[in-house]
Design a protein around this ligand. Structure first.
Ligand SMILES: Nc1nc2c(ncn2[C@@H]2O[C@H](COP(=O)(O)OP(=O)(O)OP(=O)(O)O)[C@@H](O)[C@H]2O)c(=O)[nH]1
Ligand SMILES: [K+]
Ligand SMILES: [Mg+2]
Length: 399
């Protein structure tokens, strides 16, 4: 029997099983069995080289955004509108057959946008090009789930389920469960609060299913069996997702209004070029990119050329910033001067652990190097920098 059939069989058994206190251990075990099979399903078949079908696109820019959706919802039309790269669009389904990259230039950063073939129910089990598409979604910093505003709301749930079943978690944070395998000592099970979904016995049973007999488990929230399985599997990808309802030109204003009020949703019309700027700003917000401008001593920063950091990709501390400039820089850094929203006063003397925020300005002060003019005797500059946030404008950059 193939893996997919075995998953189907276990799912059927779960559906037959009544949910109550007596069956909860058994159901938990079945969930773990399915999770294990799904993980097997993700491993590439032996002897096959990965890809080779036009899906591997080199990462480019400061972040990657994937367009995921059913066929003919307008993914390619949207890519063409936002990036200027032409991607064939037509009224028939499966017009797009590979991954097509474009670049969005936004706030002096470059964001890679990927157009992808439409996916359908069963994609995670290999229907259509589902598995390749989902692999691209997993490699992205943000998923734009494109939906046809005139079609059934069920599509959103079907797609979410497909992505979930291959370990992609949309708009969720990792469960607060500490889990560490050990060599000896048995299983230690603890929690920092009363648990209502999982008890010691259930936890043991799940671990047993994974043949784990020595481990430390600490629940820091009232997590579920599914959360525990996610933590044990350890291969889950937590990604932000914006729901993009396209084609609002074909529905009534009341329906548009309802969709627009949903969480993490943006309503657009590619045909009428409606709300695309809102989509871009939402995308920017969700990506959480942090632009940092380097200020050489005695000069104004170049506000058109930021260093782009991100909490998801490498972090936003002063140390991350220095490492971005040069691997060996860090050992020469004495401290940095920071202007911008992360600073309490201008300039603030900060250490390597200081967390930078978008549009901060940083000057590196190296060891054995004196600040220009010395501390407390900053030269003032009368020329205001070209682009700077309002708060920064109030305090012209000195030093
Ligand atoms: N009414 C309306 N039609 C649109 C809009 N955006 C795209 N379309 C149409 O929807 C159809 C499908 O558009 P595509 O961009 O090919 O859709 P897709 O999601 O890339 O489709 P596949 O590649 O086949 O998965 C085309 O006929 C587009 O002209 C819109 O905002 N309003
Ligand atoms: K199409
Ligand atoms: Mg397309």
């Amino acid at each position: 029997m193939g893996i997919i059939e075995r998953i189907k069989e276990i799912e059927a058994e779960m559906a037959r099983t009544q949910k109550n206190k007596a069956t909860e251990y058994h159901l938990g075990q079945l969930k773990a069995k399915i999770a294990k099979l799904r993980t097997q399903l993700l491993e590439p078949p032996k002897g096959s080289s990965a890809g080779g079908d036009g899906f591997e696109v080199t990462k480019f820019g400061h972040g990657r955004v994937a367009l995921i959706g059913f066929p003919s919802v307008g993914k390619s039309t949207l890519l063409t509108m936002l990036t200027g790269t032409h991607s064939e669009a037509a009224s028939y389904e499966f017009t797009t057959l590979t991954c097509i990259p474009g670049i969005i230039h936004y706030n002096d950063t470059k964001i890679q946008l990927l157009d992808l073939p439409g996916i359908i129910e069963g994609a995670s089990e290999g229907k259509g090009r589902g598995r390749q598409v989902i692999a691209v979604a997993k490699s992205s910093d943000l998923v734009l789930m494109v939906l046809d505003a005139s079609k059934s709301e069920g599509h959103r749930q079907i797609l979410t389920r497909e992505l979930e079943s291959v370990g992609l978690r949309l708009n969720k944070r990792p469960p607060q469960i500490y889990f560490k395998k050990k060599k000896t000592g048995g299983i230690s099970f603890n929690s920092t609060l009363p648990l209502t979904h999982v008890d010691e016995k259930l936890c043991y049973q799940i671990l047993h299913e994974y043949k784990i007999h020595n481990a430390e488990v600490l629940f820091r929230e009232d997590a579920t069996v599914d959360d525990l399985i996610d933590v044990i599997e350890g291969n889950r990808k937590y990604t932000k997702c914006v729901y993009v309802y396209n084609k609002i030109d074909v529905i009534g204003i009341d329906d548009v209004d309802k969709l627009a009020r949903r969480p993490n949703s943006v309503v657009i019309s590619c045909n009428l070029k409606l709300n695309l700027d809102r989509l871009l700003s939402k995308m920017w917000e969700e990506m959480g990119l942090v632009r940092v401008y380097t200020k050489p001593q005695g000069q104004q920063p170049d506000f058109s050329d930021p260093m782009v950091l991100s909490a998801d990709r490498g972090g936003c501390t002063v140390e991350d910033f220095c490492n971005h400039i040069h691997r060996n820089l860090i050992k020469d850094v004495k401290y940095v001067l920071v202007w911008g929203t992360s600073a309490r006063h201008y300039p603030q003397h900060c250490g390597l652990g200081h967390v930078l925020q978008d549009e901060d300005v940083v000057q590196i002060v190296k060891k054995k190097e004196k600040e220009e003019g010395g501390r407390g005797r900053f030269k003032s500059h009368s020329t205001a920098p070209a682009r700077i946030s309002d708060r920064q404008k109030k305090a012209p950059l000195k030093t």
